[in-house]
Design a protein around this ligand. Structure first.
Ligand code: FPP
Length: 248
């Protein structure tokens, strides 16, 4: 029986829904922003872990299309936190060879943040230790609609024939099209749902849920997710024997 190699058991791409910052703070009698600040520290832990383990791509759901509807004060805190992280972390990530990218509706963000996002992408464009993708003002449905619009626009204004719309042609315009699809989704905070994250890209992703709140994430929890993933059989619509190379 062909056993998967160690490398095959390691996800090439991990996507994360970092949930539970607000509850983490509330349980300590603090305001929600305290949880987001602690969440930002946990982001560093996750990046470190991926660098150590040789994970190729990490995609973090930092702010959804729907999060703009949160109380103004919380949105303001998150924007300040993004800006501060962009100012304080990017150069160190660059030194460590991380390539940073942002997905989502960038025009929704204030100019100051947009400029920092553009700068971070330009600065780190040649790096290759880890692709770090930050989803901001991102929604899976937004991504699909955006890809449709881009596909239409790419046809130079000529009407698109139905047969020109294929998984490949549309998929080429989805966010992260130049990276392997996520092998593993980690969601913290106890809820077991996808919350409009990478709807197209996660068709065959393995999901791993934990009640641990995002600010409490550590290497041991992340390792548990990797261990669980390593034990799963990914069939991609085939049967077990085909996956094991036992039948055609
Ligand atoms: C979800 O927890 C978390 C967010 C909406 C924000 C995530 C932001 C960070 C971790 C900090 C900055 C990160 C980057 C990458 C710049 P929640 O507020 O929904 O928690 P709750 O479910 O307990 O209310």
């Amino acid at each position: 029986m062909a056993m998967p190699t160690e490398a095959a058991r390691l996800p090439r791409h991990i996507a994360v829904i970092m949930d539970g910052n607000g509850r983490w703070a509330e349980r300590r009698g603090s305001i929600r922003s305290v949880g987001h600040r602690a969440g930002a520290k946990a982001v560093q832990t996750a990046i470190e872990f991926c660098l150590e383990r040789g994970i190729g791509c990490l995609t973090l759901f930092a702010f959804s299309s729907e999060n703009w509807r949160r109380p103004e004060e919380e949105v303001g805190t998150l924007m300040k936190l993004f800006l501060r992280m962009l100012e304080s972390e990017i150069e160190e990530l660059h030194r460590r060879g991380v390539r940073i990218g942002f997905i989502g509706q960038r025009s929704d963000f204030p100019a100051e943040i947009r400029e920092k996002m553009d700068w971070a992408e330009r600065l780190t464009a040649g790096n290759d230790t880890l692709r770090l993708n930050i989803a901001g003002s991102y929604g899976g449905r937004w991504d699909i609609v955006n890809a449709c619009r881009r596909l239409l626009a790419a046809n130079d204004g000529a009407p698109l024939r139905a047969e020109q719309v294929t998984e490949e042609s549309l998929g080429g315009f989805m966010a992260l099209a130049d990276q392997p699809e996520p092998d593993l989704l980690i969601r913290t905070g106890g809820d077991c749902r996808i919350s409009n994250f990478l709807l197209w890209q996660m068709a065959y992703t393995e999901f791993w849920f934990t009640p641990v709140l995002w600010p409490d994430i550590d290497r041991a929890v992340l390792q548990q997710a990797l261990d669980d993933y390593a034990g799963r059989e990914r069939r991609f619509g085939l049967i077990s024997a085909q996956v094991r190379g036992e039948s055609a």
